[in-house]
Each structure stands twice: as C-alpha cells, then as structure tokens.
Design a protein around this ligand. Structure first.
Ligand SMILES: C[S@@+](CC[C@H](N)C(=O)[O-])C[C@H]1O[C@@H](n2cnc3c(N)ncnc32)[C@H](O)[C@@H]1O
Ligand SMILES: [Zn+2]
Length: 273
C-alpha cells in the first residue's frame, strides 16, 4: 500500500528524509516520521490540536476502550485484512493495537494512517516507531475528502469517530472488503454529561451503511468504566463537547473524586459492494 503524490497521483517512494514521486514532486518527512501531503485547502480544516492528542493518548493508553479494540482485532482477523488504512486515525492507538495483534499472529500486515492534523500525527508516528518497529507503516497529513492512496489498494478501512467520505472509501477499498466505522451510541458517556449539563442530550447515531456499502453487522459495545479524577479531564478533553462547554460547567468535573460512566459504541461492519 503506497502513498500517492497529491499533485500527479503517481506512487511515492520513501527514503529517510522524504517521499518522492517519479515526476520529482517531493515531500519532506517530519522528524517524527509523518509526511504532509495536504494541498492548499479552500477552507482550512484544523482537526485536533496537540492538547487533544495528548489527552486522547493518555486516556486510551490506560485501556478504558480495550473492548472496542478487541472487536476491531476480531473483525480484521475474521476478514483476513492485512492492508489497513486508518482514516482520521488520531494518535493511532486503535490501528497500532490492531497491527500489533495481527503481527503477533504471524500475519504480515501494513498500515497507513491519515489525519488532517499534523500535531496529532506526530503522536501517531511516535507510537508506531515505539510499538511497531518491524511493520510497514506510513502516516500522512491529508483530508478524508482526498485520500493519498491508490484505487483498490487496501482491504480494510478503519474510520473511528472521524468524518466519513463514502466515495473516497469506495475508491481506495477493494470490492468485497471491509469498512469498520465506530460511532458513539445514544448514551455514550451519559453520566459524564449528567455531571456537566443541567439538561444532557442523547447522541443521535446514524447506524446505516454509507452509500456503496452494505451493512454486514452492527456490534453494540456497551459497558461501564470508573474514571479517577486524574483521567477525568483527559476523557472530557477528547469529547466533542469540550469546545462547546462553558468553563463553569467544565469545572464541575474538578469536584468529583471519580466517575462511573457508561461507554456505548456502535461498530458498523460494512462491506464494499
Ligand atoms: C474524534 S478524533 C478520533 C481519532 C481516532 N480515530 C480515535 O478514535 O482515537 C477525530 C479525528 O479526525 C480528524 N479529522 C477531522 N477532520 C478530518 C478531515 N477532514 N480529514 C481527515 N481527518 C480529519 C481529527 O484531526 C481527529 O484526529
Ligand atoms: Zn507527483
């Protein structure tokens, strides 16, 4: 699975310092290992910042969401996936976890992580260097609406809590192969919301397959976690509500020693038609 040039769509070849295409378009590799392939955007989309990346890394490293990772591993093994693209990959906890497990099982898998945020890819590339030193991984800054991978080049897409672009997913994924979409269900983090808001609202998940895909299965992954004060801020900072909550509401979290809250994910297993 090679990255393609965002200018001419030919394959990119990597060396230690850069990625270069046969026409000579060249893109520097950052010190941490990712490459920026984002062309100038008409409307700049920012993605997550370094603070959100750190919060997510610390919280995920503690294993609260392990049941979702286990479900992803089981699905990729069942579908014999080995060329995996993680679109909106964040700091890579899920996809590195999947790849690590496939490698442990003797499956030669490779991974490309795409995210629009350079800050967050720094964390992903650093994680891969530490945890997946012997696997082929590439990390590229790019938009979900223009993924720098060739047509029919991968056999599994992970799209976890990140924007979905069905036409692009259909283009890069082989026919009959797997798209795994994770979304928050109605009562995800309900008790956290109850603590912060006077009137909490349930999420409104869309549980259908994107256009061009059929829904093979929806897994409901629901359980409770107990989060100590030291991780509450990290949990809150990685939610979409963090930016929309007043400082006085957010401060309510500081008064809790710990919080037991519901985790509720939908894992949509979709097959490309
Ligand atoms: C809620 S985070 C989820 C990250 C990761 N999948 C996880 O579950 O830990 C959403 C991610 O999507 C990225 N993102 C947002 N808009 C994007 C876009 N248009 N193209 C690519 N990535 C995008 C953000 O930078 C962020 O890392
Ligand atoms: Zn080129």
């Amino acid at each position: 699975m090679e990255l393609i040039c965002p200018v001419c769509s030919r394959g990119l070849v990597a060396d230690t310092h850069r990625y270069i295409c046969p026409k000579g378009h060249s893109f520097d590799r950052a010190k941490s290992g990712y490459v920026n392939l984002l062309q100038r955007q008409r409307h700049r989309q920012r993605g997550d910042d370094a603070e959100m990346a750190k919060a997510r890394r610390d919280f995920l490293n503690a294993g609260y969401y392990q049941p979702l990772l286990d479900a992803l591993i089981q699905q990729t093994v069942t579908h014999h996936a080995s060329r995996i693209a993680d679109i909106g990959c964040g700091e890579g906890w899920y996809s590195c976890g999947v790849l690590h497990q496939l490698t442990e099982q003797g499956i030669a898998a490779e991974l490309t992580g795409i995210d629009i945020s350079p800050e967050i890819l720094r964390f992903a590339a650093a994680r891969a260097a530490k945890e997946l030193a012997s696997s082929k991984t590439d990390w590229a800054v790019a938009s979900v609406s223009r993924i720098p991978l060739a047509d029919n080049s991968c056999d599994c897409i992970l799209n976890l809590f990140a924007p979905c672009e069905p036409a692009e997913f259909g283009r890069i994924l082989k026919k009959g192969c797997l798209l795994l979409r994770a979304i928050p269900l109605e009562r995800h983090l309900w008790e956290l919301k109850q603590m912060i808001y006077d009137v909490p609202y349930e999420n409104r998940p869309v549980c259908s397959a994107p256009e061009g895909f059929c829904l093979e299965q929806i897994q409901n992954i629901t359980y409770k976690i107990t989060v100590p004060q030291s991780h509450l801020h990290a949990l809150f900072a990685m939610t979409p509500y963090a930016h929309k909550t007043s400082p006085s509401d957010a401060a309510k979290l500081l008064h809790a020693d710990q919080l037991e809250t519901t985790v509720s994910f939908g894992l949509l297993c979709c097959i490309k038609r």
